[in-house]
Write a protein that binds this ligand. Sequence first.
Ligand code: G4P
Length: 533
Amino acid sequence: MSFKTRCTFAIISHPDAGKTTMTEKLLWFGGVVREAGMVKSKSGDYAKSDWMELEKQRGISITSSVMSFEYNDRALHLLDTPGHKDFSEDTYRTLTAVESVLMMIDSAKGVEAQTIKLMEVCRMRDTPIVTFMNKYDREAMDPFALLDNIESILKIQCIPMTWPVGNGVDFKGVYDFKTKQILSFKDSKDPFSPSLIDASNLESDSLCETIGAPQLEKLKEDLEMVATLIPEFSMEEYQAGIQTPVFFGSALKNFGVKECLDLITQIAPTPRSRQAVLPPFDSSAPKVVIEPTDPEFTGFIFKIQANMDPKHRDRISFMRVCSGMFSRNDKIYHVRTGKEIRIATPLIFQARDRDIAEEAFAGDIIGLYDTGKYQIGDTFSMGKKLIRYTGIPSFAPELFMRVTAKDPMKAKHLEKGLSQLSEEGATQLFIRRHTNEKMLGAVGALQFEVVKFRLEDEYGVDAMYESVTCAGVRWLKFDDKKKEDQFCQEYSSVIMEDKEKRLCYAVRTEWDLRLAQEKNPDVQFFKNSDYIE
Ligand code: G4P
């Protein structure tokens, strides 16, 4: 198989919209799991796995993982985006490693907060999105209201591929615009061959009898409205993230899922070209575009998962392959350190199992055993190619804690621990300029617990947290040094540096931020650190 079969994607949703249920169904179609409930269980069957202690105690997965399967002649890599308590920067960063996204919406609720945040990240690279309106077997919003809800909040044009006939107890199924058939909800027992009702003639008596007169009337009205109001699906607009094809169904009942997966395998992009920079790797660095067809292997680390095996203090770094081909035992070049590393045991992932990868192509995700050498965003290449991939930024945290060591003698250990853990992306470390205080920033609250646990477990530091009134950060960019000095003096109490010593503004309130922006129109405020690239 070549890179042309690869489909590297993620599911975005708000907690409880049905992401886990959908994942299970997709893996089921891919033949990876035989029954539901095998992917993860909120009740916590992680006791069986050897992941880190905290994960076991909580029965949750802290960091996202990769699930690979084959379907319709495509090699799919589904990257998990943790969404409950384990929502973290990893969730955002995973989206920088995918080519497309499946968006799950709870049809009774419409767009919810976490989906909006994740959509912002998708917008950074205009990631193509397929949408699944879930839980139609329960009472749901009217389909037009739902489409309108998505279009107005997420600013993406919805193109229905199917249309629901009723919902909840009256859910009859979905009308397929292409085949002009209704997939019967009640009678479809086998998702591979659903029971179909001919709906090519909407005036037919037998159709009226099958779905009921009021339902048919509503369907006729709806389809007329769709024909007048909604444009045709355009592949170009989907690929540009302007349009999203929409399916209605029920992940729980495995209804409408196959049709959605079929379309994904037909239209989801194969690995695309990616932006990189050449030395000197700073803001003046020349930009290059790397094509997946480039013969030389390149890839970057987008996620680091710590202590999958507590007996060996190792971590697994997840690398997205961007070009060329990689074979087991190849020596690859770690651009940041200038070292060549032989990779003898690259890992591939299937649901919760892992295996040794013999080879990998653009679009594939491989796991590298890591003793602490790699960092998020590190680029690897073959033939000492000197490039650095861009577009793997730090994302503005929304929660902050001041952190100190209970025992002042452990200050050095704390510093080392915090700096290493922030390189790994567990949380972000900021230093307040005028006080030198260390602040940890996180996207999800659980990240603080993880860091506290690991500081104690791995660095022997009992850390104390103190909450800080801070609603976010903005990375700052100035046109000249004089303006920078002036600004930093005026706002000294809220100026921080991130781990790479980039200047940041600590947002106390949105109001303060707006005021600072209005007073300083020539200063740029960024919600992620990507501006530098
Ligand atoms: P998440 O990963 O996005 O958080 O959602 P998850 O799949 O865990 O689903 C959240 C709840 O919604 C689960 O119920 C799940 O069974 C239910 N659900 C998912 N898809 C559908 C659907 O299409 N129809 C209906 N009716 N329910 C759906 P739960 O009771 O919270 O959990 P569980 O005890 O069933 O695991």
